[in-house]
Design a protein around this ligand. Structure first.
Ligand SMILES: Cc1cc2nc3c(=O)[nH]c(=O)nc-3n(C[C@H](O)[C@H](O)[C@H](O)COP(=O)(O)OP(=O)(O)OC[C@H]3O[C@@H](n4cnc5c(N)ncnc54)[C@H](O)[C@@H]3O)c2cc1C
Length: 395
């Protein structure tokens, strides 16, 4: 870590522990999203970490976004999800694909935390199979008329700006998808919240409906029919934050388990003295060290301007499974107390519930496995894109 990265890690860790962590268990029980979190993030400069200063960000390198994601999910996944959709999926997507004028208009206020952003790809009938999406945008004079709905969208009921993917040509499959910048204030936009989720319960997840929204043509991001490539490259950045967040969840599970293994005694000794308990901890550490190296490798490639779709996908696949298994083993180490959550209980059952969803969103386990198999066989290769994520330039 550079000095800047070390300072960032310490400051986000302190901020999350003092300002956010105390409220998380009760927000999780109440399934409540605390909107003041967004103001706090903005005040800390977290909403534009790796965005260059000329677009309102902090100008830090891409690994810094991973550090922020890790430290936030050390406390709770719902906090990291904000970074995933606002910074990773939307703002870094605009940094890569938007025109200079669009960046000044939309990216800058996002990086400054004045407008909250998210990413609308998934629909009721299209998740893993992105090319099946049904939302459509029909050309009409200076506008595209947007109709359709999106499902499982993080911050759907909270965000101001939306990077939305719609078919502009229903006959062309993935090549008929185009990306648009949509705003909550546009007539015909509505959204709602999904309740009773297994995890990420203090986060907002919802749905949105577009009813004849008139989207100005200048709100198109990239070129007509380029939306599928844009969506996939945005996932390179979103998955990076999910991987780093999962690392934070795995470390939090390990630390909680170690603490309990020192406190709890059975058969006359600390349970941490039993070798089978040590094995669970050793496996957690193996996963944590592996995931961390994969995340830093992907981050280094981003900094250097090297395409990293495979490496980021691998980091996401490994890290989310490490988090899931670590949280599961942490519950095991806590025995019966492991399933006692809430403000008066232990955090590990919340980590377990949060970790589960990350193996589904931004490419499920199965999609990650298929991708890696295809790369291994040579069926999948990453061709250069018309616009790549800019290499990090220190300011
Ligand atoms: C908490 C949460 C937040 C989310 N936030 C966002 C967001 O902000 N923006 C957004 O656009 N989306 C978001 N999503 C949606 C998420 O990305 C999708 O749920 C995910 O891509 C899977 O799509 P699906 O749910 O439609 O499942 P499906 O695609 O229907 O898949 C169902 C099952 O079939 C398997 N499967 C599918 N195809 C294959 C195949 N070819 N081979 C083998 N197995 C296969 C899958 O792995 C999965 O196990 C979020 C989801 C959750 C749960």
């Amino acid at each position: 870590m550079s000095d800047d990265q070390k300072i960032l890690r310490e400051s986000v860790r302190d901020f999350a522990a003092s300002e956010l962590a105390p409220n998380i268990p009760s927000l999780d029980v109440k399934q409540e999203f605390d909107k003041s979190t967004l103001t706090k993030f903005a005040d800390q400069g977290l909403l534009g970490v790796s965005i260059p200063e000329k677009y309102g960000g902090s100008g830090m390198d891409y690994i810094s976004t991973a550090i922020v994601s890790e430290e936030l999910e050390y406390v709770d996944a719902a906090l990291r999800v904000i970074i995933s959709v606002h910074n990773g999926l939307n703002s870094m997507g605009l940094l890569q694909w938007a025109s200079e004028e669009q960046k000044q208009k939309w990216l800058k206020p996002q990086a400054e935390g004045k407008r909250i952003a998210t990413f609308g790809l998934t629909e009721p009938n299209a998740g893993s199979d992105v090319a099946a999406l049904e939302t459509h945008a029909k050309e009409d004079g200076d506008f595209y008329i947007l109709n359709g709905s999106k499902m499982w969208i993080s911050l759907a009921d909270v965000a101001d700006n939306f990077l939305v993917f719609a078919k502009t040509d229903m006959s062309k499959g993935s090549r008929g998808i185009t990306a648009f910048h949509v705003e909550r204030e546009m007539k015909g936009f509505s959204s709602g919240t999904i309740h009773d989720k297994l995890g990420v319960r203090s986060g907002n997840t919802g749905h949105m409906t577009f009813d004849n929204i008139e989207v100005p043509k200048e709100n198109m991001i990239g070129e007509l029919g380029e939306g599928f490539k844009i969506a996939m490259s945005c996932l390179d950045n979103g998955r990076f934050t999910v991987a780093a967040g999962a690392l934070g969840c795995a470390k939090a599970s390990r630390d909680a388990a170690v603490k309990y293994a020192h406190e709890r005694k059975t058969f006359g000794k600390e349970i941490g003295q039993h070798q089978l308990v040590q094995r669970l901890l050793a496996n957690m550490q193996q996963g944590i060290d592996t995931a961390e190296l994969l995340i830093w490798k992907a981050g280094w490639m981003k900094n250097m301007g090297i395409r990293n779709t495979r490496e980021t996908a691998m980091a996401k696949w490994v890290a989310t499974n490490v988090a899931s298994q670590s949280a599961d083993d942490a519950i095991q180490i806590h025995g019966g107390m492991g399933i006692a959550g809430g403000p008066d209980g232990y955090p590990v059952e919340r980590f377990w519930r949060n970790a589960r969803a990350a193996r589904i969103y931004e490419g499920s386990d199965q999609i990650q496995e298929i991708m890696q198999g295809q790369y291994a066989m040579g069926y999948r290769q990453d061709k250069p894109l018309r616009k790549e994520l800019p290499k990090w330039v220190p300011s």
